[in-house]
Design a protein around this ligand. Structure first.
Ligand SMILES: Nc1ncnc2c1ncn2[C@@H]1O[C@H](COP(=O)(O)OP(=O)(O)OP(=O)(O)O)[C@@H](O)[C@H]1O
Ligand SMILES: [Mg+2]
Length: 333
């Protein structure tokens, strides 16, 4: 049975110049211990989707509708006290920039211990002991010394390790990681992703990994959901999606991944960006939202919304032409 089940999630923001349909009818699930990656360009609704799971969006201007079931409870029906018990305990989150989530005037050890005291009701001694263990778990050398340091004394990679330690301190069932490595340089990025994969095996926590970079999902995620303009446009097990992307948008994202070693041939390294921009989520558009940027679009695409349908077992895509097999290189030329 699914740990998290999201059905027809809609998050609309009221703004002075119209309603922004940031998330518009998205359904997905996460199984126990599984990693689901959510990918898509900037502004596609990835963060809004994840923040709505824990009701972290200000309502208003946000209006959240649909169903969010977690361990058989309806998260949209919980009161504030019940939600606080879920947050940090059963579901925890890490964000792109740890400096904004860590308090600069408190030591790292105090902040981890505070999480444990608050959520797990541990006394000071037990919390301090567990904080040391957690720093050890996330690969921070000399944890006893680090506990007494302030966030600015740590490197970006170390700070993100501390955030992961805090997020996992209460043994959550689900960890939501919103672009956890985007602010880090490439080598550190790889280390943090490796750490997350290792910790997933050790703790058994399920992970929702949000990223705009399809290049990082192969080693970390089991399943990928691709979002475009507030909708889910494709979903498949990661190897199927990478080997045989069905939606032209996913093909475009794949073509935009930098290839390793490409820097030796600078003339060939220019990344192929998908032409055009994500359409405004405030206007009604007929047909497929991607049609304006799609090399394959036909009149059908411009008039009829493509339904999200299975194109192969376990492989869903919302594209009228998704059955056409086409190598990435041809689409991009
Ligand atoms: N508090 C808010 N009020 C109004 N609109 C918002 C608010 N938060 C997000 N939005 C809008 O919701 C849409 C989706 O934003 P979201 O942050 O989810 O994108 P994203 O996919 O996470 O992008 P990125 O990769 O840049 O993080 C955007 O149009 C954004 O402007
Ligand atoms: Mg985001």
């Amino acid at each position: 049975m699914a740990l998290l089940e999201v059905e027809d999630l809609r998050v609309h923001f009221r703004t002075p110049d119209g309603v922004n349909r940031a998330v518009d009818g998205v359904s997905f699930h996460v199984n126990e211990g599984e990693t689901l990656a959510i990918v898509g360009e900037s502004g596609c609704g990835k963060s809004v989707t994840s923040m709505s799971l824990l009701r972290l969006l200000p309502e208003p201007p946000a209006k959240v509708a649909g169903r969010i079931r977690f361990m058989n409870r309806d998260l949209l029906a919980l009161n504030d006290a019940e939600l606080r018990a879920v947050r940090g305990n059963e579901i925890s989150m890490i964000f792109q920039e740890p400096m904004t989530s860590l308090n600069p005037v408190l030591t790292v050890g105090f902040q981890i211990a505070e999480t444990l005291r608050l959520h797990q009701k541990l006394d000071q001694r037990a919390a301090a002991k567990r904080a040391t263990e957690m720093l050890q778990l996330v690969g921070i050398p000399a944890p006893e010394r680090r506990l007494h340091e302030y966030p600015h004394q740590l490197s970006g990679g170390m700070r993100q390790r501390v955030m992961i330690a805090m997020a996992l301190a209460c043994n959550p069932k689900l960890l939501i990681a919103d672009e956890p490595t985007t602010a880090l340089d490439v080598t550190i990025q790889a280390q943090i992703l490796d750490l997350m994969a290792e910790l997933k095996h050790r703790t058994g926590a399920a992970i929702v990994l949000i990223t705009h970079d399809l290049g990082v999902v192969a080693d970390v995620a089991e399943r990928v959901m691709v979002m475009y303009a507030g909708r889910k446009v494709e979903e498949a097990p990661v190897d199927m999606l990478l080997a045989n992307p069905r939606h032209p948008y996913t093909r475009g994202l794949l073509a935009a991944i930098p290839k390793t070693g490409a820097s030796q041939h600078p003339q060939k390294t220019r990344l192929t960006e998908i032409p055009g921009m994500v359409p405004s989520l405030k206007q009604r558009i007929d047909g497929c939202l991607f049609a304006g940027r799609c090399a394959q679009a036909t009149d059908l695409c411009r008039t009829v919304v493509p339904a999200l349908q299975p194109k192969a077992p376990l492989h869903l895509a919302a594209c009228h032409h998704a059955l056409a097999e086409m190598p990435v290189a041809e689409f991009v030329s």
